[in-house]
Design a protein around this ligand. Structure first.
Ligand SMILES: Cc1ncc(C[n+]2csc(CCOP(=O)(O)OP(=O)(O)O)c2C)c(N)n1
Ligand SMILES: CC(=O)[C@@H](O)[C@H](O)COP(=O)(O)O
Ligand SMILES: [Mg+2]
Length: 637
């Protein structure tokens, strides 16, 4: 077990109410101890480190000034909430973060009354806070609403939709803009430059009126110190900030690591604000832990690590990740096709487009956290004659669904969707599971939907997408390492709507869509020992279906079972529709579709999540035996 830090003040804090009895000096010490405890905890669990370290002082100050859970502190994304969890009664479980049965890595309503609103996808906090503020106003739950949102998350359209609404409704609510000049990657875009200009030596304009307007909201702290006043006046002095134009009182920027600034500003804002108030706080991601601060992503997410050295304890890899294979396959296609361009919404590293971007900087676009825009921007690129590969995690593509339907599919534009993190992803849990993309894409007219069974298949699907110009096409692949199969030098385009036979057998046909194929093969090995030899096929396409293959499997077998890493409504549902339409059920086929269960599965290892979902080899084997009505030894209860 890693050494626990010495934390005499933190040991006295069990709930935020305990902060009320601490002096400002003790609060400073508390912040130091909270930082040490956060580092120690993440070193044993792995997880989001840098964001939490950057808000340690802010977390202490918010809980010292506001009265949670009556006041609702809403952490945007929630990846910075570990210090908050430690202060809100969850310290005893903090070393279970992101593990099966443990604490979630994000805020979660069912976990604690101190998590008033769940998160994990970005840029929702201001909308939620405004909802709480209005509810309080209308006689619902009383208390203040405080949204804490990062500069990266602030760039998303949803944050501005909420600000626009809040400025109109004029209710008291707080937005803390936690500006650390980082997203996961360095932030991009005009808003980021704007925020930098708010504190980067703009000439002060109209100092007197700025000071006056600030003084009307926050008189006391400014009387106290010229330095603090100057810091805040800088922001005011840029002259009617964007936030003020949207109807917010703007305060800042202030040093988010200096409790001597944070506490008086928050206390005064808490005591006096009457309308929407935005407090602009400058912080450093990874603050106080050199290995994080000094790394290019400021310690955004870490595997378990050695606290002294910062060295991560990663299991050795046996195969390249799907993400890397995708990036390299796309580079190979782009080398010979100058029309190929790539788009990411703030996930260059996660999608592998950082690798593509090194090779083709001018053909790579990081649009910031803006999935909706990413999709329609890609549609525009396609309409303009380019071949866009829009690389988005399955879970984040959910946010761009109307754009997929309205801007891409209806116009039959050849946008290529590279859908990473398909299926269950593990420690990030239900919010990040890629469960729904097949269901929400395969029902769209003209959309081609593929799933790779291994990394070589992924290469072929990249090539297929590059060659496909007749409408939109999507291919999905999971988080993590590939199967370790031999890779071709370059992918070869697949025939659209054609699956492949893997192994011919008898009685039972197992039709896999995606990387469950490996589990199907394992199940088949075990069934072989029981004298059963199922036919195995890889569908490759959920849309268009390989009708010929499916009908042949249905005709020639007693049992047909589909399996996919997705929710109901996806591949299996389309197969069932085909079989029903063709009257195959009339002839007694026993058909089963193995899909993710109708529940949100909490964080665990991906293997454990698939076990819970009943989709590993033993469950596949049990399903076959159950349908055949033979021995069910080993079947899970
Ligand atoms: C809709 C959505 N897109 C992408 C992500 C992935 N993501 C998680 S944190 C993050 C960066 C957020 O930056 P910022 O809000 O500035 O917080 P910081 O990490 O800098 O504290 C991104 C892109 C997400 N969670 N939600
Ligand atoms: C908080 C968030 O949304 C990301 O940091 C996410 O956890 C990244 O997931 P991967 O580790 O799969 O890239
Ligand atoms: Mg940031």
């Amino acid at each position: 077990m890693a050494d626990r830090p010495h934390t005499p003040v933190l040991d006295r804090v069990h709930l935020p109410a305990d902060l009320k009895g601490l002096t400002d000096r003790e609060l400073r010490q508390l912040a130091d101890e909270l930082r040490a405890e956060t580092i120690s905890a993440v070193s044993v669990t792995g997880g989001h480190l840098g964001a939490g370290l950057g808000v340690v002082e802010l977390t202490v100050a918010l809980h010292a000034v506001f009265n949670a859970p009556r006041d609702k502190i809403i952490w945007d994304v929630g990846h910075q909430c570990y210090p908050h969890k430690i202060l809100t009664g969850r310290r005893d479980r903090i070393r279970t973060l992101r593990t099966e049965g443990g604490l979630s890595g994000f805020t979660k309503r069912s976990e604690s009354p101190y998590d008033p609103f769940g998160a994990a996808h970005s840029s929702t906090s201001i909308s939620a806070a405004l909802g709480f503020a209005m509810a309080a106003d209308l006689g619902g739950d009383p208390g203040d609403a405080v949204a804490v949102i990062g500069d990266g998350s602030m760039s998303a359209g949803m944050a501005f939709e909420a600000m626009n609404n809040a400025g109109h409704l004029k209710k008291r609510m707080f937005v803390i803009l936690n500006d650390n000049e980082m997203s996961i990657a360095p932030p991009v875009g005009a808003l980021s430059s704007y925020l930098s200009r708010l504190y980067a030596g703009e000439p002060y304009q109209d100092l007197k009126s700025a000071a006056k307007s600030l003084a009307s909201l926050l008189p006391e702290p400014f009387a106290e110190g010229a330095r603090r006043a100057k810091e805040m006046i800088k922001g005011m002095a840029v002259g009617g900030t964007l936030f003020e134009e949207l109807g917010f009182s703007y305060v800042g920027p202030i040093d988010g690591h200096d409790l001597e600034q944070l506490l008086p500003v928050l206390r005064t804002a808490h005591a006096r604000a009457t309308g929407p108030t935005l407090i602009h706080v400058l912080t450093r991601k990874g603050k106080g832990y050199a290995p994080a601060e000094n790394s290019p992503d400021r310690g955004h997410a870490r595997a378990k690590f050695d606290v002294l050295t910062g060295e991560q304890k990663k299991a050795p890899s046996n195969a390249p990740s799907y993400t890397k294979v995708f990036a390299e396959a796309l580079i190979a296609e782009a080398e010979v096709d100058p029309k190929i361009v790539a788009i990411t919404a703030a996930m260059p590293d996660g999608t592998g487009l950082d690798i593509f971007g090194h090779r083709f900087p001018k053909r790579t676009f990081d649009v910031g956290i803006a999935e909706q825009h990413a999709v329609t921007f890609s549609a525009g690129l396609a309409a303009g004659g380019m071949k866009p590969f829009c690389a988005i995690y399955s879970t984040f593509l959910q946010r761009g669904y109307d754009q997929v339907v309205h801007d891409v599919a209806i116009q039959r534009l050849p946008v290529r969707f590279a859908i990473d993190r398909a299926g269950l992803v593990g420690a990030d849990g239900a919010t990040h599971a890629g469960s729904f993309d097949v269901a929400f894409l395969a029902n769209l007219p003209g959309m081609v939907v593929m799933a790779a069974a291994d990394e070589a298949e992924l290469m072929h699907m990249v090539a297929t997408a590059a060659a496909h110009d007749d409408g939109p096409i999507a291919f999905r692949y999971p988080r993590g390492e590939g199967m370790g199969v031999d890779l071709p030098r370059k992918g070869v385009p697949l025939e659209i709507g054609k699956g492949r036979m893997i192994r011919e057998g008898a009685r039972v046909a197992l039709l896999s869509f995606g990387t469950r194929l490996a589990e199907v093969l394992k199940a088949a090995e075990s069934l072989a020992a029981k004298g059963l030899s199922p036919t195995i096929a890889d569908a490759r396409f959920a849309k268009p279906l390989d009708r010929e293959l499916i009908l042949q499997l249905a005709r020639e077998h007693e049992v047909l079972i589909t399996i996919e890493e997705g929710a109901v409504g996806g591949f299996g549902s389309h197969v069932a529709q085909l079989l029903a339409d063709e009257g195959v059920f009339d002839h007694g086929l026993k058909f089963r579709s193995m899909v993710l269960p109708d529940t949100f599965i909490d964080q665990a290892s991906p293997e454990a999540m698939y076990r819970i979902a009943g989709m590993n080899a033993p469950e596949i084997e049990a399903k076959v035996l159950e349908v055949l009505g033979v021995a069910t030894v080993g079947k899970r209860a």
